[in-house]
Design a protein. Structure first.
Length: 158
């Protein structure tokens, strides 16, 4: 299981050449709450982002993301439905339960690397609350509904 904060800035390696082809800068997330891929920033002085489909990733390591071939990176013709930080950002969006309870603001997501399924949401009620009460993680095995104003999750009661 990974979080966006663990992946951000992680190098992406081409396993054929051993060359770093870029670094993870964001997640591409669909409106049904799945991680479709990673946005990878590549290039020298003029960096640009490319999309790496989650199914094209050979492995996620603790120090890098490995892919079989740099050709798996695709130019972004249309922006993803949502990202974590950039286009239609989910970071800082309010989370609500299906019962209508406000859960807090989204700070990070936990997802299964192999499937791209988001299984948890790290939320915050603010800086002082995080210090006094610690971080809270909401687990949900069902896809969330992501909208313009909020993210609606089915909260696990186990």
């Amino acid at each position: 299981m990974r979080t966006m904060s663990m992946l951000k800035g992680m190098p992406v390696f081409d396993m054929k050449t051993g060359v770093i082809i870029g670094e993870v800068c964001d997640l591409a997330i669909s409106s049904d709450g799945n991680v479709d891929g990673l946005l990878v920033k590549k290039g020298g002085f003029f960096k640009h982002s490319c999309l790496l489909d989650v199914h094209d990733i050979a492995s996620f390591g603790s120090d890098g993301v490995m892919i079989e071939d740099a050709e798996k990176l695709k130019s972004i013709k249309t922006p993803p439905e949502y990202t974590f930080f950039h286009h239609q950002s989910l970071s800082g969006k309010m989370l609500y339960s299906r019962q209508g309870e406000s859960l807090g603001m989204l700070k990070d997501v936990y997802f299964m690397e192999e499937l791209g399924t988001i299984v948890g949401y790290e939320i915050t009620d603010g800086f002082f609350s995080d210090i006094s009460e610690g971080k809270r993680v909401i687990k949900s095995m069902q896809p969330a509904t992501i909208g313009k104003d909020a993210i609606i999750v089915n909260v696990n009661t186990t």
